[in-house]
Design a protein around this ligand. Structure first.
Ligand SMILES: *Cc1c(COP(=O)(O)O)cnc(C)c1O
Length: 366
């Protein structure tokens, strides 16, 4: 059996007519940057989250950068980030001139380890970026409480967690600002790069829009030097169509995640935990497995698309080597970079395919 790691074609075919119509309508209107299509998606996505403002931008990395900028984070400031994430989380911090401060991750949740944050806070710490990693929410009550105590800005990185919920509320609605990526492989993916910043704060939302559009408020009225990081109109049109299916697709991911967990019960791997007060949306379904690299090779030979998220923890990537961290500084993130293996995960996976993956994994471990 051949099972890819992600399968975007199947999903496109299931909504082909609607997507094609949306694209052709932009082409007919020669509407490529800005316009009503953008506003429509922004309004719909804000409604989906139950938040007041959504500002589209070029990608999820820019979303984090824009959020940091409007929060006045810059040179000399420190920003707390998890030691295990995609590089965008720390990269955006450096791009605005601030310094990312890595905190190890929790050995069961894989998200930032709350008990290790406080010891990293200094007089220069200005913000914290919790990442809802793999689709599992961070314990936001604890984060918000800590942020209040130290007067920190909270910027949620929701790139892997569209529709995930903490205590019945969607992630992205807890922080001062939150950032989404609509990279094609994300749970809500465009057909190119796209992103958004969301917030309940009108002033911050307006600033994000201004900076993402060359610092303008109205044509030729430049208040500051900004960026060009607008959401592409074609992508907004596609995202509006896909947003209508997001709940259905998320439910299917959850069904698939639970099937994996059930079928892997007696297999020698550790599956994700599902805390009661959180809705995990399974962007990634990763298992902890010993001898990972050999198992990965074996599964690939059996036609199974497996992947690593991520093979190197952030503090040990080349751009951060000058900080001279050792594995002892981030033991959990370091260990998991060698143990976690991502199995195929997308809404369209069938039970038969999941069964094949689980059986194959079992065989490889014997
Ligand atoms: C994908 C991702 C981003 C960045 O999104 P892009 O749209 O690819 O720039 C940021 N943070 C995390 C955790 C991600 O997975």
């Amino acid at each position: 059996m051949n099972i890819p790691f992600v399968d975007l074609k199947n999903q496109y075919h299931s909504i082909k007519e609607e997507v094609n119509n949306a694209i052709f309508s932009c082409l007919e209107n020669t509407s490529f940057v800005g316009g009503k299509t953008i506003q429509k998606f922004e309004t719909e996505f804000a409604e989906f989250l139950s938040i007041k403002y959504c500002v589209g931008c070029a990608n999820g990395t820019d979303a984090i950068e824009l959020a940091l900028k409007v929060a006045n984070i810059g040179k000399g400031d420190e920003v707390i980030v998890p030691a295990y994430s995609w590089i965008s989380t720390s990269e955006a911090v450096s791009t605005v001139g601030a310094n990312p401060v890595f905190v190890d991750i929790h050995p069961e949740y894989y998200t930032i380890d709350f008990s290790k944050i406080e010891e990293k806070i200094t007089s220069r710490t200005k913000a914290i970026i919790p990442v809802h990693f793999y689709g599992l929410p961070v314990d936001m009550d604890s984060i918000i409480q800590l942020a209040k105590k130290y007067n920190l800005v909270v910027i949620e990185d929701c790139a892997q967690a569209h529709g995930a919920e903490y205590k019945g509320k969607k992630v992205g609605t807890f922080g001062d600002l939150a950032c989404f990526s609509f990279y094609p492989g994300k749970n809500l993916g465009a057909y190119g790069d796209a992103g958004a910043v969301v917030t309940n704060n009108k002033d911050l939302a307006e600033k994000v829009r201004m900076i993402a559009n060359h610092g303008q408020i109205g044509k030729h009225n430049h208040i500051v030097e900004g960026r060009n990081s607008r959401l592409d109109t074609l992508q907004a049109a596609i995202l509006s169509v896909k947003l209508r299916y997001l709940d259905k697709w998320t439910n299917q991911r959850i069904i698939n995640g639970n099937l994996y967990i059930k079928k892997l019960k007696n297999v020698d791997v550790i599956t994700p935990i599902l805390p009661n007060n959180m809705k995990h949306v399974f962007h990634i379904f990763a298992v902890q497995v010993n001898n990972r690299d050999n198992i990965m090779k074996g599964l690939k030979e059996k036609g199974i698309g497996v992947a690593l998220h991520y093979p190197v923890a952030l503090p040990f990537l080349k751009p951060y080597l000058h900080l001279e961290f050792t594995a002892n500084d981030y033991p959990v993130a370091h260990a998991f970079s060698q143990k976690l293996l991502s199995l195929p995960m997308y809404p369209e996976l069938t039970e038969e395919e999941i069964e094949y993956v689980c059986q194959s994994l079992k065989e490889e471990l014997e």
